[in-house]
Write a protein that binds this ligand. Sequence first.
Ligand code: SF4
Length: 133
Amino acid sequence: MKNRIYLRPHHLVCLMSFRGKGYDDVFVSETGKIVKILKTTPNEKLTCITNGCDDVCEHCPERNGKLCKDEFRVSKLDSSFSKILNVREGDNYCFSEICQMTKDKVLIGKFEEICYDCRWIQICRSELLAFRP
Ligand code: SF4
């Protein structure tokens, strides 16, 4: 099992809401494995914040070498969620902390403003609304 899972800041929100949707079957399968590890070890500080491509990007068809094909857009997402969640590169968190931070700090209006053009916005939106109607 991985002893470190590298995540870029906006993926903290994506993974908390992951419901088996994604770019292709390999991406969904590999992301599902990461989420399973995080959920089965909720109190272990396995995750490490990174800037740029992370362990979720690793199997993504939208990755281009060390960058996302849409790096400009996704780095803006990272920057926005870094500020909201107050996370920095190198910080370590367990999954229970990620969920709690997201619940406490990601307000629905701000989330919609940041993620308005994501094709899976309704999944995360439902998750956020479930604990903050
Ligand atoms: S490569 Fe880009 S689209 Fe794919 S998971 Fe990473 S940030 Fe998202």
